[in-house]
Design a binder for this molecule. Structure first.
Ligand SMILES: *Cc1c(COP(=O)(O)O)cnc(C)c1O
Length: 386
């Protein structure tokens, strides 16, 4: 059996896979098992921040791999401590809990918010409010948190204590944040929901309401984080400060790691045995993440903003493009063509792009060289021309 046959025989059919088998990859280029070359504008869904097999990242990971690969969380390890210090120093948050994925980072945020309210107010203040169109993960609680009906199916019963309010509607939010609510969970740019940027005014009103009512502001930066939108974290561009920030995807640069950053209010909420993870903050993943965070500097972020603006300017002019949404190198392209068809056609023409609802979504590596980006955009334009 070849890989395609073996995969479809032995792997659960949970994904609608595209007909490409990766053979090797380097930077923003991928080579299929048939030798075909692809330009990668998806980065494994915002994961490969510095592209594939980046030499600096690979060296950092390899060094830790030869030092020790895993310890249980009953012991101390430098990569985890160094990464936590770096994340706190760069964001002003107080403490970090490490896990292995975005959903787990959000699970931790949900648990922490509920415990914070329980410790302070007792039972009855456990509701988490989220926005319609949001996406927060695939575990039971994060599915319940996801504000899209399509995700609330099959797996009943879902955990209780989630309520939804429309994005960018301050009045509705005001009503939703009643005395039963412990936290509001938001993405600054809804990724899976269609690359929808929240209104700055709405976000500021939300933060003010939360502060006034002691409702924790939880910002899900699993996709928007780690330089993706042109700042280290997207919230910085909205003039607010989260009580809890979650991130994953790009953080590990290609290895699984999730982080829940706790602000001053919740710095002491998680106590021994109240939460845990066997692999969370694994030293190899943490070493990779540390090298990622340390390379997200002003020059890289300026490049992200410049490239993002360039893509926008180029695509907005195209007659088949209705609009381009997003921030930095997280972009959604509304086209007259079917997004899935564009994605499939791109594959034929040697380009990897993603979709988000009815948009074509671009999440290139933050260090994608200009000529490769240009070549990728030419292919995309040629498809839109067809
Ligand atoms: C991808 C994503 C998640 C889930 O992350 P996993 O690592 O797949 O569990 C959660 N929130 C947002 C905003 C995401 O984009």
């Amino acid at each position: 059996m070849n890989t395609f046959e073996k995969d479809s025989t032995y792997i659960a059919h949970a994904y609608g896979r595209l007909p490409v088998e990766f053979a090797r990859a380097s930077g923003s280029e991928v080579f299929g098992s048939d030798g075909k070359r692809y330009i990668d504008l998806g980065s494994g869904i915002a994961v490969n921040i510095f592209g594939h097999c980046d030499p600096v990242w690979t060296a950092a990971v390899e060094k830790q791999l030869h030092t020790f690969a895993h310890t249980s969380n009953y012991y101390y390890s430098a990569p985890q401590a160094d990464l936590a210090e770096r994340l706190c120093t760069r964001t002003g948050m107080a403490r970090v809990f490490f896990s292995n994925s975005g959903a787990e980072a959000n699970e931790c945020a949900i648990k922490t918010a509920r415990k914070y309210a329980f410790d302070k107010y007792g039972k009855g203040r456990s509701t988490i409010v989220t926005l319609t169109g949001s996406f927060h993960g695939r575990t039971m609680a994060t599915l319940a948190a996801t504000g899209q009906d399509a995700f609330h199916n099959y797996f009943f019963p879902f955990p209780e204590g989630f309520a939804y309010t429309p994005a960018n509607d301050a009045e509705a939010l005001k009503a939703a944040l009643d005395g039963s609510v412990c936290a509001l969970l938001l993405e600054m740019v809804q990724g899976e929901g269609g690359v929808n940027v929240l209104d700055r005014d709405f976000v500021q009103t939300a933060a003010a309401l939360c502060a006034e009512r002691d409702v924790l502001l939880l910002v899900d930066e699993v996709q928007t984080g780690n330089g993706r939108t042109g700042t280290l974290y997207a919230y910085e561009q909205f003039g607010v400060k989260p009580d809890i920030l979650t991130t994953a995807k790009g953080l590990g640069g290609g290895l699984p790691i999730g982080a829940t950053l706790l602000g001053g209010k919740t710095a002491g909420t998680l106590t021994p045995s109240s939460h845990g993870s066997t692999f969370g903050g694994n030293p190899v993943c943490a070493a990779g993440a540390l090298s990622v965070i340390d390379r997200i500097d002003d020059a890289l972020l300026a490049g992200v903003r410049r490239k993002g603006a360039y893509i926008r300017e180029k695509l907005e002019k195209h007659p088949a493009v209705g609009s381009v949404s997003g921030m930095g190198l997280m972009l959604g392209i509304q086209t007259k063509k079917d997004a899935k068809a564009v994605c499939a056609r791109a594959l034929e023409k040697g380009l990897l792009v993603l979709t988000a609802k009815d948009k074509v979504r671009l999440l290139p590596a933050l260090n994608i060289p200009d000529p490769l980006l240009e070549e990728g955009l030419e292919i995309l334009q040629s498809i839109l021309d067809e």
